[in-house]
Write a protein that binds this ligand. Structure first.
Ligand SMILES: CC(C)(COP(=O)(O)OP(=O)(O)OC[C@H]1O[C@@H](n2cnc3c(N)ncnc32)[C@H](O)[C@@H]1OP(=O)(O)O)[C@@H](O)C(=O)NCCC(=O)NCCS
Length: 330
């Protein structure tokens, strides 16, 4: 019997309607379109404005898009993983709510959090369940409502992040397609450079810290930038070497959309032409766990069976890694 690999067999995506443009940000903080565009590549991002709607709202929409496109009965799904850094609430699982709302009533579900690497690490988790033969249909959703913890008075962060969600289905494959290899890493010494300090178990929110805005995301942009460039490019290069691949073999780079300059640096390190680099940061900004599946969703019609794809991500923690995957359908 041939070895079972874990292939992506469907994708879906969702972004909210409200478009927060660089022009609008110019009216909110001391910044300008030219600075944001040249430093990050971002022109606009989507924001979920409606009161009471959290990350699950985005996750449900992306999952429903996938179910519709694949004509999949949600009752056939075994497991729903929601990769997110912005769960709906403490204690209650965002994935459990999402799974029930989409009708995946035979599935179990849980959240997975590794900041901007959540979806990449989730690909490893979802694939392992499939490869082991334990489950046949694993729905992996990357969703984040970043606007829920961004300070729209802080120009260092509010220009970068947006809201969105993407979903993929992993199923067994006997043609050797799907996930081939991975290099995943973390280093907790990086956590001081990118975090929302208050609101977790170390520092619960108190009235005085609330006034100081310490529940919002803080980042030392320069340090994060340097580490992201070094580590994302490093793992992408190493996974190519490890699998005897050259730039000619690679059809696509699917890189976390945090900053166009970080993506370009990763592509340059593996000598990949711009035409092979998926890019949608200009439309959505950094949607954290949703960047990779939203790229797949936007580029789905251009993907061909057998395409060799390199995924790469870097995020808070620090967390980072690269995955090599063969696309499974036209
Ligand atoms: C945030 C980031 C775009 C800032 O770009 P940068 O080139 O490093 O800019 P710096 O932070 O050094 O700031 C340069 C200057 O621009 C200013 N500046 C910062 N944000 C600005 C903004 N939105 N508009 C205008 N000026 C801004 C700074 O105050 C600084 O001014 P100074 O030189 O007078 O002190 C960049 O560091 C970055 O992308 N970091 C990684 C972010 C990331 O990937 N985060 C998520 C990880 S998953």
């Amino acid at each position: 019997m041939s070895k079972i690999t874990a292939a992506i067999t469907g994708v879906g995506g969702y972004v909210p309607d409200f478009v927060l443009t660089n022009k609008i940000l110019e009216t909110m903080v001391d910044t300008n379109d030219e600075w944001i565009t040249t430093r990050t590549g971002i022109k606009e991002r989507r924001i979920l404005k409606e009161e009471g709607k959290g990350t699950s709202f985005l996750a449900i929409k992306a999952a429903e898009d996938l179910l519709r496109k694949k004509n999949l009965n949600p009752k056939d799904i075994d497991l729903v993983i929601v990769a997110t850094a912005t769960p709906d609430m403490k204690a209650a699982s965002t994935a459990a709510y999402t799974a029930t709302q989409i009708g995946a009533t035979n599935a179990f579900s849980y959240d997975l959090e590794a900041a901007c690497s959540s979806f990449l690490f989730g690909m490893s988790t979802a694939s392992a369940y499939i490869e082991s033969g334990r489950y046949k249909k694993v729905l992996l959703i990357g969703a984040d409502k970043n606007s829920s913890f961004i300070n729209y008075k802080d120009r260092a962060t509010c220009i970068i992040f947006g809201d969105g969600a993407g979903a993929v289905l992993f199923e067994p494959n006997e043609e050797g397609l799907g996930l081939q290899d991975e290099i995943l890493r973390s280093n907790g010494e990086g956590r001081e450079f990118l975090q929302a300090t208050y609101g977790g178990s170390s520092y619960p929110i108190k009235a005085d810290t609330f006034d100081e805005g310490k529940h919002y995301v803080f980042q030392d942009g320069k340090t994060v930038f340097k580490n992201a460039v070094f580590n994302m490019a490093d793992v992408a290069e190493r996974i190519l070497k490890k699998n005897d691949l050259t730039n000619d073999d690679i059809s696509w780079l699917v890189a976390h959309q945090a900053n166009k300059r970080i993506i370009d640096a990763t592509a340059n390190r593996i000598n990949l032409d711009d035409s092979k680099v998926m890019m949608n940061i200009q439309k959505y900004g950094n949607t954290t766990s949703a960047t990779l599946p939203l790229l797949l969703n936007d580029y789905e019609s251009q993907l061909k069976k057998g395409d060799k794809i390199i995924f790469a991500a870097f995020g808070g923690g620090f967390t980072w890694g690269s995955i090599y995957l063969k696309w499974a359908y036209n």
